[in-house]
Design a binder for this molecule. Structure first.
Ligand SMILES: Cc1cc2nc3c(=O)[nH]c(=O)nc-3n(C[C@H](O)[C@H](O)[C@H](O)COP(=O)(O)OP(=O)(O)OC[C@H]3O[C@@H](n4cnc5c(N)ncnc54)[C@H](O)[C@@H]3O)c2cc1C
Ligand SMILES: *[C@@H]1O[C@H](CO)[C@@H](O)[C@H](O)[C@H]1NC(C)=O
Length: 433
């Protein structure tokens, strides 16, 4: 069979966050001419978690530089009042064996920087270029200067308040405020290590999560354990609050929210409202020339820390598919293929992320006790088995049953190879294009 000539497309990516940079790189690597239109004047910190794809993009050593590639990345779930460990989820060797990848914790700004450096030599990056609207049929994007930029294909990577998304979805599919807010701050390691109760948090690469009524609190080391990244999630009383990107400094507000908690805690604090959305009815504009990636497409709560990972999978999928294009008329087919391949995966993670909030936030009472007892017995059984103690099979079975749900969810989340899935799809469906 003669190798067909790739058609070089002129692609516009709106937004230069993690999704935009990853998508631009992936499509440029597939042989296309890609321009990013980014509203911000200079590349800024935005929106951490996908290693298989990043390794394929040649970023293994870069990632090791900015993260800790320690194999002991465990997650501990603790009770909010006294810090009792209720559950531990293995990262490290167990996860590496199970999922064939490594787990990294990164600062979003670091990941953004790595992707920026990766993409820049291959793309055109226009800062200070805010788009006000798009014409999906031409297709073109209109900048706030009035300039209109025409392309063969437009990809909306413009985040949760996407203007590109406005072109093809209506009311109920808009992003919505979940009612939860996040307080986030980073503590310098030197400060953390001065406090004896906090020192353990940076000793080993672990994620500590304290769960309690209407809130939870997450802390982990970043930048090779040099800093402690902290996020506190609360169900806000003010459910009507308007979402805003402007983050307030609200340390007192956060202290008040966490009164009476395990007292290891904090300084300057940013507050964000947590948004997500219902799954969109379609990811491809009827014109067949416009699609969405990242938070513009499937905004999710950060409770499974998968937002950036999903954006990078979107990028990989589009790049793989568009490495096959030979005629302009094939764009709608390839965009539908992208939706086909990505939709279920992304919306499942979106749903699981939404469900994690209420599960962590159970008020003290029977449901919470049942949750905590289940977690405790899992740990006891695992510890006993690890020590070689004899545990009655029926106890193991009960515990294993309880674990199964989480394991199935985790498997779906991590045992997934976007590159392979896309290649398989292509091999089977190429003839339909
Ligand atoms: C507080 C918080 C915590 C998070 N924690 C995690 C986590 O632990 N793990 C994880 O995986 N994910 C997390 N996420 C989500 C993750 O950051 C995003 O899912 C991921 O970065 C993908 O974002 P994006 O590129 O789609 O959108 P964004 O990062 O929002 O980028 C959108 C870009 O588009 C630009 N833009 C917007 N409008 C226009 C316009 N009209 N014209 C031109 N440019 C425009 C913006 O300036 C911006 O650069 C978190 C998000 C938040 C807010
Ligand atoms: C081929 O495409 C169909 C329709 O989109 C899809 O259901 C099927 O899963 C695809 N094949 C593979 C191997 O993904």
């Amino acid at each position: 069979m003669v190798e067909k000539q790739l058609l070089n497309l002129n692609i516009l990516v709106i937004g230069g966050g993690i999704a935009g940079l990853a998508t631009a790189y992936s499509l440029a690597a597939a042989g296309h001419t890609v321009t990013i239109l980014e509203a911000a004047a200079s590349p800024k910190e935005v929106g951490a978690d996908v290693t298989r794809i990043l390794f394929r993009w040649g970023l293994a050593s870069k990632l090791e530089e900015i993260a800790h590639n320690d194999r002991m990345l465990n997650t501990y779930l603790c009770r909010y009042k006294n810090g009792e460990i209720l559950a531990s989820y293995a990262g490290g060797d167990e996860a590496a064996q199970r999922y064939g990848g490594l787990s990294y914790l990164l600062h979003r700004a670091d990941l953004h920087g790595v992707l920026y450096d990766l993409a820049m030599p291959h793309i055109i990056y226009r800062g200070s270029s805010r788009i006000t609207t798009i014409n999906p049929h031409e297709p073109s994007a209109v900048l706030d200067s009035g300039e209109s930029v025409v392309a063969d294909l437009i990809i909306g990577a413009d985040g949760i308040r996407s203007i590109v998304r406005d072109a093809f979805v209506g009311g109920s599919q808009q992003a919505r405020y979940t009612g939860d807010s996040a307080y986030r701050f980073v503590l310098p390691g030197d400060d953390v290590n001065k406090v004896p109760e906090l020192r353990s948090l940076l000793e080993r690469p672990t994620v500590s999560v304290w769960v309690g009524p209407q809130k939870h609190f997450v802390a982990y080391g970043i930048r090779n354990q040099q800093n402690l990244n902290v996020a506190a999630f609360v169900e806000d009383a003010d459910q009507s609050a308007e979402y805003s990107w402007t983050s307030e400094s609200d340390t007192d507000g956060m202290r008040a929210q966490f009164k009476g908690w395990d007292p290891r805690r904090s300084p300057t604090t940013l507050k964000y409202k947590i948004m997500d959305s219902q799954p969109l009815k379609t990811w491809v504009h009827p014109s067949g020339r416009v699609t969405l990636v990242g938070d513009a497409c499937h905004p999710m709560t950060p409770y499974r820390a998968q937002g950036a990972a999903m954006a990078i999978e979107d990028a990989e999928c589009l790049g793989k598919l568009f490495s096959h294009i030979t005629r302009l008329e094939q764009i709608p087919f390839l965009l539908k293929a992208y939706e086909n391949i990505r939709f279920e995966r992304a919306t499942t993670i979106q749903r699981l992320s939404a469900e994690s909030g209420p599960y962590y936030h159970l008020p003290d009472g029977p449901a919470q006790q049942e949750r905590d007892d289940r977690m405790r017995s899992e740990m006891e059984v695992r510890d006993a088995l690890a020590k070689g103690e004899i545990v009655p099979p029926e106890v193991v079975a009960t515990v294993e049953n309880g674990r199964k749900t989480r394991q199935i969810e985790d498997d779906a989340q991590y045992k997934y190879d976007m590159t392979q899935v896309t290649e398989k799809w292509w091999a089977e469906n190429e003839s339909a294009m």
